[in-house]
Design a protein around this ligand. Structure first.
Ligand SMILES: [Zn+2]
Ligand SMILES: [Zn+2]
Length: 150
């Protein structure tokens, strides 16, 4: 098999994820690929599982959604996401050190790692400039942060 690694060759599900540029639930993906002849949820789930296995997509557990990997391929199935509590923007972060640290912490206890997804929640760079979003964020955290500012 020497198919070129184009978007089309990766299949419509990957194409839909890539063009969305944001997390999609399986049903949003199903809607997006329906006009390409894919109408069965199991077909979408199979394609998603394969993409996740290949490191081309990640599952954002807390959102129950999938997102195309920003890297061409990790070589491992570890991903770190920042999730904005205000606008919902999800970004994949790049931190080989963090991934190595997590892996070490787990394997040090004899744990065999199969995949890792870490989620960092807070405000994105745009929302942190928005006083209303900032106030809501502080309310969510019960102003705890200030107690450590002695
Ligand atoms: Zn990735
Ligand atoms: Zn935001």
């Amino acid at each position: 098999m020497t198919r070129p690694r184009t978007l089309a060759a990766r299949g419509p599900v990957y194409g839909a994820l890539r063009s969305a540029g944001a997390p999609m639930t399986a049903y949003q993906i199903l809607d997006a690929v329906r006009d390409q002849g894919i109408t069965a949820p199991p077909t979408v789930y199979r394609a998603l599982n394969r993409l996740v296995d290949e490191g081309l997509a990640h599952r954002v557990e807390s959102l129950n959604a999938y997102v195309a990997c920003i890297h061409s391929r990790h070589g491992d199935s570890a991903a770190i996401f920042s999730i904005c509590e205000n606008c919902g923007t999800v970004a994949e972060l790049e931190s080989a050190d963090a991934v190595a640290g997590l892996r070490e912490a787990a394997t040090g206890r004899g744990f065999r790692v199969e995949r890792m997804t870490a989620e960092v929640r807070g405000l994105c760079g745009v929302c942190v400039e928005d006083p209303k979003a900032l106030a809501a964020s502080e309310a969510r955290n019960g102003h705890d942060g200030h107690d450590h500012d002695h």
